[in-house]
Ligand binder design. Structure first.
Ligand code: IMP
Length: 175
C-alpha cells in the first residue's frame, strides 16, 4: 500500500499492560464460574490469544464469525458465517470483541447469544470508538477508547491486511 502511512497509536507494551489489567478484572469475576469466552472472528483472534494466556482458571473457548451482507457496510444487515457449535444455556458467557464502532455487530451478537439463555452475558472489548455509535452497547471490560480514525494491527485489518502488526496503528492516506 504505497499511498498509505501507518502511525503507531497504541504500542505493544501498552497493549500488553492493558491486557494484563483486563485479565485481572476477568479473573476476579470469573475464576470460579467456568465461563465460555466467545471470540468474534477474525479481528479478535490476537487479543483473545493474549488475554486467555493471562487467565489461569478453567474456561472454554468458542468463536463465531459474522459478515455484512455483500455491498453494505455496518448497516446491521449481518449474517452468521460460523454459529456457536456448543450449547451455552445456563453458562456464564463473555463475548470478546476487537473494536466497537457503530455497535451494530456487537448488538447483533449479544442478541444472538441472549436467545441461547446463558446464565450471564458480558462483553469485553479491546477498543471502543464511540464517535460513530448508533446501537447502544454496554462494555463490561474495556481496554482503550480510540478516536474516530481507522486503526489496524493486533488483529485488526484493512482489506484483510495488517492483522499481523504487533501495535495498533492509524492508517492514513499519504499527503
Ligand atoms: P461495528 O458493527 O460498526 O461496531 O463494527 C465492528 C467491526 O467493524 C469490528 O469488529 C471490526 O471488524 C470493524 N471495524 C470497525 N472499525 C474498525 C477500524 O478502525 N479498523 C478495523 N476494523 C474496524
Amino acid at each position: 500500500m504505497d499511498n498509505q502511512n501507518l502511525k503507531v497509536l497504541l504500542p505493544r507494551e501498552d497493549i500488553a499492560a492493558t491486557v494484563r489489567k483486563l485479565a485481572a478484572d476477568i479473573t476476579r469475576d470469573y475464576h470460579d464460574k467456568n465461563p465460555i469466552l466467545i471470540g468474534i472472528l477474525k479481528g479478535a483472534f490476537v487479543f483473545m490469544a493474549d488475554l486467555v494466556r493471562c487467565l489461569n482458571f478453567p474456561l472454554e473457548l468458542e468463536f463465531v464469525r459474522l459478515a455484512s451482507y455483500s455491498g453494505t457496510q455496518s448497516t446491521g444487515q449481518l449474517k452468521m458465517l460460523q454459529t456457536l457449535p456448543c450449547p451455552v444455556e445456563g453458562r456464564h458467557v463473555l463475548v470478546i470483541e476487537d473494536i466497537i464502532d457503530t455497535g451494530l455487530t456487537t448488538a447483533f451478537i449479544m442478541g444472538y447469544v441472549k436467545t441461547k439463555s446463558p446464565a450471564s452475558l458480558k462483553l469485553c472489548a479491546l477498543l471502543d470508538k464511540p464517535a460513530r455509535r448508533c446501537a447502544p452497547v454496554d462494555i463490561d471490560y474495556l481496554g482503550f477508547t480510540v478516536p474516530d480514525r481507522f486503526v489496524v494491527g493486533y488483529g485488526l485489518d484493512y482489506d484483510q491486511k495488517y492483522r499481523n502488526l504487533p501495535d495498533v496503528c492509524v492508517l492514513e492516506a499519504k499527503p
